[in-house]
Unconditional design. Structure first.
Length: 698
């Protein structure tokens, strides 16, 4: 049977696989026949689970041992290490799976595992996309590995991500699970089953390929079973895990085949097998976790770029949520989600609540560092925009070092020549406020001709100016920002710091106080004073945030752009942002004859004439000299291009400090280990150490 390949599949091999799967589905090869149910009763079993925090302090005579499966991705290694410290005990086991695309975190996990005999990293890795069938495969394979480890005698399987954190200590968890060691803790959706099936897409055929879940068509639910589902975070006892992995009965084998072509299979497979098997009486409708759901913000189909479906995602906890984490109405031992790059204070509060506060004056307690680049990743992992910025940041640091001895023009001990690509780049936060980028780099000292390693802290300059007089009807505006990768759920730009190049799709965000309805006009002005876009926004009385992607064609002209927010043509606020001219093309320096992405073809000729008439109204001077200079800039290469880039970057960023990682000839440069802002400075809250006599490291 000839089939048309899926039009959006990237590779020829993926399109072929999709066609083959669809054929097998149409021929009935993927549809399990009627499944024999093993559960002697209908529906879920209500088990009376008692929780008394006071009685959970002492350990039982035969405490359970837990296998924690840590499923992690991204680059938040310090947050991951902090979670590990909080849950670690010598009596338990830790099996770490790092996403195939997260090589930096994989290196960190391997280094961590080398320190502890009860920690191992999976020898295999998978790219586990949201909603993907690979996530279930990863769990099943991890379970099989754990059962095969004869030296690891465990009683419970618990899965956690780096966005989780305990809200009860280890002893309380062990005491509780030891009391209910026969039970399996898994959270059901608790709604109408037919609605759940439609919402989850269980009646649709999906196939994972090219790190995407492709929806191929409709299908029927197998006869004879009660389909259930809910959260994909669970605590399962060893007998049930052994049943799932080793049983060859028709329920398990057919459900594995059915869920291999299902969206979000980990949110339903274990529920369905447990509820329909002889283990059904061990099911407790509680996964012992509290999740920060805000479906108004978290269900915006934010995963449409990787799956043909809509999804929901929990929000991050904030300090105002702390009281919710202390509730004891029902047994809860973990909470999610936490992101230190969004808010670390809540983790500090929870950590102090569980283990007591760190001593007064502990370094780095209110700081957070997150890697965005590491030399072993290779520059191919960076975009040309990032590479251009990072090199410019390093040069700004060298200029600051040279300026530190301005009084003596003959002293070259703090003058440097940049060498090679950056060694590493980190985001730096202090008291949950973004402080800038930290770029570690090499440079040759001109006085000694020796290579030195230093770290430059580049901080953003203020680029937002509010002009609205207090008390006016349009004074609702609090803040505005331009960026990319807007996260409507957390209301932040994920491209932290707004490093943007000519091909980026920019988004304008405004934050508002509550008040009367107001209509504002937003005007985008390019570096040559060309009005590139203008539009009106109606802000209703309850609006807190608005965001809008202007109808601009790429490439955007390099240089400093200006945004004006107007009310009745009176200025409310101005924002400046930089579209950096690219100094690299496919990670190689721009060569003579290669023109930068430099255009003003943002709109049609008709729109250009319409916008041009606004220049006098907005008092924006029009000058052909600006356009001619932009054309000359577009031909720059080498050191001339670097000076232009640095002059532009210097308008919105400044080198706040520079430190040395090793010996340095510059007498005024401090060691990075003694610079509290440096990524090399002490960070006890996430640094690991030897277990104490009580088996813990926190």
């Amino acid at each position: 049977r000839r089939l048309q390949p899926h039009p959006r599949a990237k590779s020829k091999g993926c399109r072929q696989q999709i066609a083959e799967v669809y054929c097998r589905h149409k021929e009935g090869q993927l549809m399990p026949e009627a499944v024999t149910r093993y559960c002697p009763i209908e529906g879920k079993v209500n088990v009376n689970i008692q929780w008394n925090e006071d009685s959970a302090d002492g350990l039982p005579s035969k405490p359970v041992r837990i296998a924690f499966v840590l499923v992690v991705h991204g680059r938040a290694s310090r947050q991951f290490q902090r979670l590990f410290k909080a849950i670690y005990h010598t009596s338990h086991f830790y099996y770490i799976h790092v996403d195939q695309r997260s090589n930096y975190l994989h290196r960190q996990a391997q280094a961590l595992a080398s320190l502890y005999s009860n920690v191992r990293v999976t020898p295999w890795r998978m790219a586990t996309i949201w909603g993907g069938a690979s996530l279930l495969t990863m769990y099943l394979r991890s379970m099989a590995d754990l059962l095969a480890m004869r030296d690891w005698s465990w009683d419970f399987f618990i899965n956690l991500s780096a966005a989780d954190y305990p809200i009860r200590d280890n002893n309380q968890l062990v005491a509780f699970l030891s009391k209910y060691r026969r039970m399996n803790f898994i959270k059901s959706h608790g709604r109408d089953n037919a609605r759940f099936i439609r919402k989850q897409g269980l009646d649709r055929l999906f196939f994972e390929c090219d790190t995407h879940m492709w929806r191929l068509g409709d299908r029927k639910i197998p006869n004879g079973i009660s389909v259930d589902g809910g959260s994909d975070w669970f605590l399962l006892n060893r007998p049930f895990v052994e049943y799932v992995i080793n049983s060859e009965d028709d329920l398990v084998t057919n459900m594995k085949r059915f869920y291999a072509y299902t969206l979000l299979p980990a949110e339903s497979f274990f529920h369905t097998v447990l509820e329909n098997s002889a283990h059904c009486e061990t099911m407790v409708d509680n996964n012992l976790r509290i999740t920060n759901w805000n479906r108004k913000l978290g269900c915006k189909c934010q995963y449409k770029h990787i799956v043909d479906w809509c999804g929901c995602s929990p929000n991050d906890f904030k300090p105002s949520d702390f009281h919710r984490l202390q509730q004891t109405v029902r047994p809860t031992f973990f909470a999610r989600k936490f992101e230190a790059s969004v808010n670390q204070e809540i983790v500090n509060q929870l950590d102090a609540y569980l283990f007591g506060p760190f001593p007064q004056g502990t370094p780095g307690l209110n700081s957070y560092w997150e890697s965005v680049y590491d030399e072993p990743d290779g520059v191919a992992s960076l975009s040309d925009t990032q590479l251009t910025y990072y090199h410019s940041f390093a040069r700004l640091g060298l200029a600051r070092a040279a300026a530190s001895l301005q009084g003596n023009q003959n002293d070259h001990s703090c003058r440097y020549f940049p060498m090679g690509h950056p060694v590493s780049v980190h985001l730096y936060f202090h008291f949950d406020q973004f402080q800038g980028y930290l770029v570690k780099h090499h440079a040759t000292n001109l006085a000694t001709s020796k290579l030195e390693i230093m770290e430059t802290w580049v901080a953003p300059k203020k680029n937002f100016r509010l002009s609205t007089p207090a008390g006016s009807t349009s004074s609702r505006l609090q803040f505005a920002e331009i960026g990319t990768e807007w996260d409507a759920k957390e209301r932040i730009f994920r491209n932290i710091g707004g490093l943007m190049g000519p091909m980026d799709e920019t988004v304008g965000m405004q934050k508002w106080n509550k008040g009367p309805n107001v209509t504002v006009t937003v005007v985008w002005i390019d570096p040559t004073n060309v009005i590139a876009a203008t539009y009106d926004i109606l802000i209703d009385a309850s609006a807190e945030f608005t965001h809008y992607r202007p109808p601009l064609n790429q490439p955007l002209r390099p240089g400093v752009w200006n945004i004006r927010i107007l009310h009745n043509w009176s200025l409310m606020a101005e924002i400046r942002f930089l579209i950096v001219p690219l100094a690299y093309n496919k990670h190689q320096p721009i060569k003579q004859g290669e023109r930068h992405l430099n255009s003003n073809a943002y709109f049609s000729h008709y729109m250009e004439q319409s916008f041009h008439g606004l220049n006098p109204i907005l008092n924006i001077p029009v000058s052909l000299a600006y356009v001619e200079q932009a054309k000359r800039n577009a031909a720059m290469t080498g050191s001339e291009l670097e000076r232009w880039v640095d002059s532009l970057v210097g308008e919105l960023w400044e080198a706040a400090d520079v430190c040395a990682l090793g010996p340095t000839a510059c007498p005024v440069m401090q060691a990075c280990a003694k610079s509290p802002w440096s990524s090399m400075s002490p960070d006890p809250k996430s640094q690991l150490g030897e277990p104490r006599s009580d088996g813990r490291i926190r």
